[in-house]
Design a protein around this ligand. Structure first.
Ligand SMILES: Nc1ncnc2c1ncn2[C@@H]1O[C@H](COP(=O)(O)OP(=O)(O)OP(=O)(O)O)[C@@H](O)[C@H]1O
Length: 242
């Protein structure tokens, strides 16, 4: 098991956004996390990275190192850093936070840029990139992290068809290499076509398992109904109080 989630409640200012979640993620699985807006999908990824500490329950993960691709909108693209330096951050596990990137590592950065179709972009400032190019740069950084557990938050949103298709191939390569991949997605057709496992979330788990058994009309209807009842002012643990 790559990730074991037990009775997990996550939230902000003690208001729960993910409620009493029990999920086991198999090692080497390729899982889509889907659900209505505000369902807690990004929150769950932040719990898995450790950015958010559980209000209740626990997360056990086998992999010591994970890679996380945040939503593009969360990345400060005005920060004065070159593409090469941004991608090289993926090598921190080798070089240390203040280590210098040189020799073989510089070659690795160049290779990662080639792999995402950005050959020769290393000296450009990230502020000069389009959204799709920036998304490719973030994929290159994940490539260098060489992590067994990879978390992707809306990796294909706002990309043109070609860029999305190319980055999907990168995700499939990670899956082929036996890495565990979890991706928050909104495009149900893409999920049905390319993601064998799905977790359908509406603050609580609606369903988890093989995609065709999860994305049924009945489950999607239930998730929508649960979304209508979302209460951002709910106390920290309604179920516990009941
Ligand atoms: N930093 C934050 N501070 C306070 N509340 C937050 C914060 N981030 C998210 N929330 C709230 O937590 C709930 C779940 O949000 P989350 O972003 O996890 O949902 P999501 O399923 O990823 O939604 P979307 O599909 O719209 O991206 C929402 O009610 C949201 O307003």
């Amino acid at each position: 098991m790559a990730v074991s989630i037990r009775d997990l409640t996550l939230g902000y200012d003690r208001h729960p956004a993910v409620h009493h979640l029990d999920v086991e993620i198999e090692t080497g699985s390729l899982t889509a996390i889907v659900g209505p807006n505000g369902a807690g999908k990004s929150t769950l990824l932040k719990g898995l990275t450790g950015e958010l500490v559980p209000l209740e329950g626990r997360i056990d993960r086998k992999a010591a190192r994970l890679a996380y691709l945040p939503q593009l909108s969360e990345v400060d693209r005005s920060f004065p850093i070159t593409v090469g330096a941004f991608v090289a951050m993926g090598l921190w596990h080798r070089a240390g936070a203040f280590g210098r990137i040189r020799g073989a590592d510089a070659a690795r950065v160049a290779e990662a840029l080639v792999a995402v179709g950005l050959t020769g972009f290393d000296k450009r400032p990230i502020s000069a990139l389009s959204g799709g190019q920036m998304q490719r740069v973030m994929f290159a950084r994940v490539l260098l992290q060489d992590a067994r557990l990879i978390l992707l938050d809306e990796p294909f949103t706002a990309l043109d068809t070609r860029t999305a298709a190319e980055l999907l191939l990168v995700v499939k390569r990670w899956h082929g290499e036996g890495r565990t991949v979890l991706a928050v997605l909104h495009d149900m057709d893409a999920v049905r076509k390319h993601f064998p496992q799905t977790l359908l979330l509406a603050r609580e788990k609606v369903a988890h398992g093989p995609t065709e058994t999860v994305l049924t009309a009945e489950n999607l209807f239930r998730a929508r109904q649960m979304a209508e009842d979302f209460d951002d002012d709910a106390p920290v643990c309604e179920r516990g109080a009941a």
